[in-house]
Design a protein around this ligand. Structure first.
Ligand code: THU
Length: 150
């Protein structure tokens, strides 16, 4: 689903996206200057925030989505994810389109969707502008690898 802006979202979704914006403001991205914030709503009502954490050894850095899902997984191992809002901004140019999660994040997030046996939504936004809401992680990563192969 495509929405014109954060203002067009349902109240709960707009609130979650505002939390993601808050998290984006605390991201540590001195190398890319690309700041990403994530806010995860759990079924116990808790909101878990994450943001990208970069490193001078570039591959050691981590995306906002995985910081958030692992924080949630470690703090609330028995809770289900309801939805995850993500927003990105860049110091170099305005990000006016929703930013799609990288492949590694899709794989990492899918693990938790399978674990909870219930799909969760992603709300994706740039710094401003349109918001895309996806239905499930499996729809973002077809023909994926999972535990059934192990
Ligand atoms: N990044 C995220 O945090 N999430 C995404 O979905 C895309 C990329 C981060 C990783 C890195 O710190 C910076 O954005 C540039 O790639």
């Amino acid at each position: 689903m495509l929405y014109e802006s954060i203002d067009a979202l349902e109240k709960e979704d707009a609130f979650l996206m505002k939390k993601a914006i808050e998290a984006r403001g605390k991201s540590y991205a001195p190398y890319s200057n690309f700041h990403v914030g994530a806010a995860l709503l759990l079924d116990n009502g808790a909101i878990v925030l994450g943001n990208n954490q970069e490193n001078a050894a570039y591959p050691s850095g981590m995306c906002a989505e995985r910081v958030a899902i692992w924080k949630a997984g470690s703090e609330y191992p028995n809770m289900n994810v309801v939805k995850l809002a993500v927003t990105a901004s860049s110091v170099n140019n305005p990000v006016t389109k929703p930013v799609g999660p990288c492949g590694a994040c899709r794989q990492s997030l899918l693990e938790y969707e399978i674990k909870q046996a219930a799909p969760f939504k992603m709300l994706l936004m740039g710094e401003v502008g349109e918001v895309i809401i996806t239905d499930s992680l499996v729809s973002l990563l077809p023909f994926s690898f999972d535990q059934s192969f192990l």
